[in-house]
Design a protein around this ligand. Structure first.
Ligand SMILES: NC(=O)c1ccc[n+]([C@@H]2O[C@H](COP(=O)([O-])OP(=O)(O)OC[C@H]3O[C@@H](n4cnc5c(N)ncnc54)[C@H](OP(=O)(O)O)[C@@H]3O)[C@@H](O)[C@H]2O)c1
Length: 362
């Protein structure tokens, strides 16, 4: 759902909880540090034809929202904009043509922006009933992280039992999701993460850990694998990291590229970091003869460009919900910030403190 650009009343953050009738949304009014985030109230939306209206109990924060706030995320609609790709809550109304039986159901949903809100209206195909055991928090933590991880490991990465996968940012939402899927497949996981997260990650399935802030991951991966390299890499750090990763791929190895968090070094847009990341990309290394002769593959993932593939995404989501119900997958919800503290939530992620998912709650 693209957030409607209607004039909205500005509300002092502290006073916002008093209001219960109007919809609350968190806007990025302009690029800048976390403090630019602004809570506004506006009229409750009515579901359009084919849409369901959800009273939101939890909203997922994704790194893309941070990049959007910094002004370095090209997909973000023009500001002011309400970011947010995923929510969980309860359906309270349906638009014309949508199935009435949704009313009262506990759901999770994917939103095309607009998810930082306590009410959203989304097309029926983007909404999924939550199993009874799934809390709203787990529901909001599932869609983006697990769909991304599934596309990277299963759909495009073809990860197989006995393979070794290198997961960058293993302590982030996608990293934890990818580790759970990889362990379910029977793969060995090498993860990079800040040192403070290693103990948790080791206890939760990562076989070998690299503190990328003090160690060279290329050297360490070759040591850990006795020079063999890895069959799959999940890399959203970008820049030089893609080059180094390509070098540690085993024959038939695949490098899955899905972000460039190395461009987000500061709380404000830093053009020098952005240029360094872009300049560090392996523009020349991935040419057809090189790939062919090395028996290596590279691929890209951007779930935000899969909206025209709703039916496929819905199928993956249903598989993931089944795996959740079987106890195979469990998002790790690290912290839940109230809407009023959205800026603190963005700081928390940019300070690299999060271990798994960070959520907002109205
Ligand atoms: N293409 C897609 O479809 C797609 C979908 C989802 C996410 N992504 C990308 O995947 C990456 C991870 O997303 P996520 O939602 O899992 O992240 P997250 O949960 O917000 O975790 C962020 C973690 O990334 C690590 N990190 C590495 N470089 C960083 C930097 N420059 N600034 C801040 N943190 C940095 C930090 O942990 P450590 O220091 O412990 O490593 C941090 O805690 C992001 O780049 C995101 O844009 C792409």
């Amino acid at each position: 759902m693209v957030a409607p650009r209607v004039a909205a009343a500005r509300v002092p953050l502290a006073a916002s909880r008093v209001h219960t009738i109007a919809m609350k949304q968190i806007y990025i009014p302009k690029a800048g540090p976390p403090e630019v985030l602004e809570l506004r109230e506006t009229k409750d939306p009515e579901p359009a034809a084919g849409q369901l209206r959800i009273r939101v109990e939890a909203t997922g924060i994704n790194f893309a929202d941070i990049m959007g706030r910094l002004g370095i995320y090209p997909d973000l609609p023009k500001m002011p904009v309400v970011p947010g790709y995923e929510v969980a809550g309860r359906v309270d109304a349906v638009g014309q043509g949508a199935d009435q039986r949704w009313v009262g159901k506990d759901v999770l949903a994917m939103t095309r922006f607009g998810g930082y809100a306590d009410v959203v209206c989304v097309p029926e195909i983007q909404v999924f009933e939550r199993p009874t055991a799934m809390s709203a928090q787990d529901g909001a933590a599932l869609p983006v992280n697990y769909i991304t991880a599934f596309q990277l490991t299963v759909v495009m990465g073809s990860l197989r039992k006995g393979d070794t996968v290198l997961v960058h940012s293993a302590g982030g939402g996608v990293g934890i999701a990818a580790t759970q899927i990889a362990k379910h497949i029977g793969a060995r996981v090498i993860g990079t993460a800040s040192k403070s997260k290693h103990e948790y990650l080791r206890a939760n399935g990562v076989d070998d850990l690299i503190d990328y802030r003090t160690e060279d991951f290329e050297k360490r991966v070759l040591e850990i694998t006795a020079g063999a390299g890895v069959e799959l890499i999940l890399d959203a750090v970008g820049g030089e990291s893609f080059k180094k990763g390509y070098r540690v791929l085993a024959p038939t190895g695949r490098l899955g590229m899905f972000g460039m968090s190395s461009a987000a070094t500061d709380k404000k847009r830093n053009v020098a970091s952005l240029l360094k990341t872009v300049a560090g990309m392996p523009w020349l290394q991935f040419n057809p003869p090189a790939l062919l002769n090395a028996n290596k593959g590279v691929f890209g993932v951007n779930v935000g460009h899969m909206w025209d593939q709703s039916a496929r995404i819905a199928g993956w989501m249903r598989e993931l919900i089944t795996l959740y119900a079987q106890g195979v997958l469990r998002p790790h919800v690290d912290r839940v910030f109230p809407f009023e503290d959205a800026a603190a939530a963005h700081h928390y992620i940019q300070d690299r403190k999060n271990l798994g998912k960070v959520l907002l709650a109205p």
